[in-house]
Design a binder for this molecule. Sequence first.
Ligand code: NAG
Ligand code: NAG
Ligand code: NAG
Length: 363
Amino acid sequence: MENLALFFFFILLLLSAFLLPSSSHQYNALFNFGDSMSDTGNVRIGRLPYGMTFFGRATGRCSDGRLVIDFIAQDLGFPLLPPSNERESNFSKGANFAWVAATVLGFDFFNERGLSKGLWVNASIYIQVDRFEKLLPSICGSTQDCKDFLGKSLFVVGEFGGNDYSTALFFGRSVDEVTTFVPHVVRAISDGVERLIGLGAADIIVPGLLPVGCFPLYLSNYHTPDPQDYGPRTGCSRRYNALSWLHNTQLRRTLDDLRRKNPAISIRYADYYSQIFDFAINPLKYGFTAGALRTCCGNGGGLYNYDQGRRCNDKGFTVCENISTHVNWDGIHMTEAAHRVIANGWLYGPYVDPPILTASLKS
Ligand SMILES: *[C@@H]1O[C@H](CO)[C@@H](O)[C@H](O)[C@H]1NC(C)=O
Ligand SMILES: *[C@@H]1O[C@H](CO)[C@@H](O)[C@H](O)[C@H]1NC(C)=O
Ligand SMILES: *[C@@H]1O[C@H](CO)[C@@H](O)[C@H](O)[C@H]1NC(C)=O
């Protein structure tokens, strides 16, 4: 009997040892910046079926359910992040400044290039960090108190950039022209991160761009008949993925520079690209029996079930029978099932290094 009690005692000890490392990740708060990949309700567009899987109502999230940032919040033990423009919210555990259709660069950049009519919102990274700064006194008080508070908070800055490129592409600009935006975009992300560091941020995750060439919107709107334009194993558009790749390469290089300049600050890259690319190569590994390139909610039929003029929520749309067999939700955003896999790769490895939660108690 005594032995048994001792045995259980040891099991408990072992379990608590397992649980303890996660307590070193007890962040004060979680703050997020970005676009529709992580907006949790600053822009209340959409209606059901958006939100149907988890919320049972549209929340502004561009998916059937939770986003990557929602899973990160939940696994860190935080409530789902309140949108920053929800005045009645309590932001003491964090806030979300991401905005649907947000670009990294501001109005002037696009205006100078004759593209301002393509902008839906003014919610550049500069503006998002401004809003954050304005909210700080209500969250953590004085500048010094905020430095201490933010020094023990987690910041996720991105994904950012997809809308800078698409704004010009949708205006008919060439990929070559859009490629010249990359250094400007990456520089603005880096400036945003530096401003956050100046305010006290010390633990920052910076996601890269998605492989946009694997998304039905790009595959269908920029369809070409030449099989050479598509990856033989993925079916993704090489040209558009090359744009994402270039952005990510330059972003990673810039983050290296930032680390050298700020040796006391943790700055980690989060890799969307590799995981989504793997969805396209090995969809069955994740239960995505519909493949990675077909939209679940749509009205287009065809190879990608996507038609720019008749999208999810437009007249006559349908939702696939089992959403978790799809990576893609509406042509440019992903399903909750895909977000869960991506979040796991950031929380427990290998797509953030070191992973956000190294104590691997996966649920
Ligand atoms: C916000 O929530 C925290 C606990 O999470 C609490 O201590 C604080 O008093 C709340 N603030 C307001 C204004 O309700
Ligand atoms: C964004 O800001 C510019 C200049 O401040 C303004 O002219 C433009 O109308 C704004 N656009 C939107 C969508 O609010
Ligand atoms: C839906 O698809 C997922 C992933 O392929 C699978 O695990 C699940 O069993 C399916 N559910 C139903 C009701 O068929």
